[in-house]
Design a binder for this molecule. Structure first.
Ligand code: PMP
Length: 285
């Protein structure tokens, strides 16, 4: 289905929504993005995603030629004009066309692009049975090299780990940080449950601050579950009762095996299932 794509203030048929081959987003991955979700025509946690987009842009000295409020409006307009009810939205800002050199100051026209499309959901079966994942040997970017808090157009770090996962027959892979601690998966944050307590790596483990992660923490706390943001290792996964991942596309998805080793009973645990349902209700409220 052909979509109306927002590009620099206009909604154009997707075939006409193009960028220059000199765009540094293409040449160098120099830009930032967000992945959002709409439920019943309403974008979930729109302001939070837009805040993260502007923080990513600030971190790479990229000035977005719209205010955050205008960005929210543009996203809503793109969703509405494509008649998307339950869908996925990609918002991105590139550095714009420059020269073949690195110098970002030679790029004068950042490109603001918003694509709204149907969502490709994981099969239901995976939510019922739970995922089997592996630990990738590719570690998460060192925060002092390229902070994982920046959702940049350069996702090669995650793609390399994803390739390892796919080669092992897994759709997700766990990434450790430079200290050997658990960071996150290639496109999802990770949570463990032990003795009824929910645990997730802190921001300084070198992770993207997931919007879904924040929402799940809130939902869990409202349900009276204690939540700890603590450094974790693979050992903690192996001795955990439950494990699950969170992300805009995946929502809450159970993990039942890491590196072919069963986690807990090897089936999605009760707290995971409960939080998955609570999150589901929150998004469809
Ligand atoms: N970590 C990474 C590396 C991601 O790409 C994503 C997806 N954006 C997440 C975590 C989950 O973040 P969110 O819940 O905001 O989608």
């Amino acid at each position: 289905m052909s979509r109306q794509v927002y590009i620099n203030g206009k909604l154009l048929p997707q075939a006409e929504a193009t960028v220059s081959v000199f765009d540094h987003g293409l040449l160098y991955g120099d830009g930032v993005f967000e992945g959002l979700r709409s439920y019943g025509g309403k974008v979930f946690r729109l302001e939070e995603h837009v805040r993260r987009l502007y923080e990513s842009a600030l971190a790479i000295c990229l000035e977005i030629p719209l205010s955050p409020a205008e960005m929210c409006q543009a996203i809503n307009e793109t969703v509405a004009s494509n008649k998307i009810v339950d869908g996925y939205i990609r918002a991105l800002v590139t550095r714009g066309a420059g020269t073949l050199g690195l110098d970002p100051n030679r790029c004068s026209n950042p490109q603001v692009i918003i694509i709204a499309d149907a969502i490709a959901l994981y099969p239901d079966e995976l939510y019922e049975r739970g995922l089997e994942i592996i630990t990738a040997s590719t570690i998460r970017n060192h925060p002092a090299a390229l902070s994982p808090r920046i959702k940049s157009l350069n996702y090669l770090n995650n793609i390399l780990a994803k390739i390892e996962g796919l080669q092992a027959g897994c759709i997700e892979a766990l990434m450790l940080n430079h200290k050997g601690e658990i960071a996150e998966c290639t496109g999802d944050n990770i949570f463990l449950v032990r003795d009824g307590v929910l645990m997730t790596p802190p921001m300084d483990a070198g992770i993207l601050g997931g919007v879904t992660r924040d929402a799940v923490v809130e939902v869990a706390q409202l349900a009276g579950i204690e939540v700890l943001k603590v450094s974790l290792t693979r050992h903690d996964v192996f001795v955990a009762d439950e494990c699950f991942l969170t992300g805009t596309a995946a929502e809450v998805i159970p993990v039942v095996k890491l590196d072919d080793r069963k986690i807990g009973t090897g089936k999605p645990g009760p707290i995971t299932v409960d939080l998955k349902e609570r999150f589901h209700r929150l998004t469809r409220e």
